[in-house]
Write a protein that binds this ligand. Structure first.
Ligand code: SF4
Length: 228
């Protein structure tokens, strides 16, 4: 008997890849290999019935994403809030409206130029910050979303988004506006619009003014990439 034949005797023929795929929404220990989902609809179907972390027990809707599924710019936020949980769409409350205005100020359209999603697909109770375990459980879905959309630029909206995807724990005030490379992609952390709603001053050096500088830098980089 050849070595190959001997090794094949140890394969568990009772577990095929489809059975393994069906286990994904049930157990965070089941990996989500790159290429698991052919499209965002398949991925959303798993998120809708996912219990890889306890946030699945209290959600109304899993909030997967909105915008252009092939957008050049991807926004990654933290997790859904109440309005998002009710509607199933990310960034649709007051913070979402401000995000729309931020993009519109540099003539970017969230329906055509941008895809918007979050680190966690389900709402944490009382809008608390998702735990490290919850972020880790949900991260493979986000990695698949990034693969499917294949954006040129990723904007991390708020410190939790940076930490959840890259592990960088620095304060957002220290890293906002800085271009960074993650997984071969150009990324920039910016303030979360909820933070801007609590800090309304437009004075030079204040968060709103800084965000205006950041989004102009994003627009300039976007134009540069389009022209190359
Ligand atoms: S937050 Fe993510 S990992 Fe947790 S239950 Fe929802 S979809 Fe699953």
């Amino acid at each position: 008997m050849s070595n190959e034949q001997q090794l094949s005797l140890f394969e568990d023929s009772s577990i095929d890849s489809n059975d393994q795929k069906e286990l994904i929404p049930k157990d965070a220990k089941i990996p989500i290999p790159t290429g698991t989902y052919a499209n965002m609809t398949e991925l959303a179907q798993h998120c809708d019935r996912c219990y890889r972390c306890s946030l699945g027990n209290t959600r109304t809707h899993a909030v997967v994403g909105r915008g252009n599924l092939k957008a050049p710019i991807m926004v990654v936020g933290e997790a859904p809030g109440q309005t998002e949980d009710e509607t199933g769409l990310p960034f649709v409350g007051k913070a979402g409206q401000l995000l729309e205005k931020i993009f519109a100020s540099v003539k970017l359209d969230t329906e055509t130029d941008v895809y918007i999603c979050n680190i966690n697909k389900c709402r944490p109770p009382d809008n608390r910050v998702p735990t490290t375990e919850e972020m880790e459980a949900c991260k493979p879905y986000l990695l698949e979303q990034i693969r499917l959309v294949d954006p040129k630029i990723i904007l991390f909206v708020g410190a939790t988004a940076v930490k959840g995807l890259t592990g960088d724990k620095r304060a957002i005030s220290k890293i906002r506006g800085e271009w960074m490379e993650w997984d071969g992609r150009l990324c920039m952390p910016i303030f979360h619009p909820s933070y801007l709603l609590r800090n309304q001053s437009r004075e030079v050096g204040k968060p709103k003014w800084l965000t205006w500088q950041d989004i102009q830098a994003v627009r300039a980089k976007f134009d540069e990439m389009q022209n190359n």
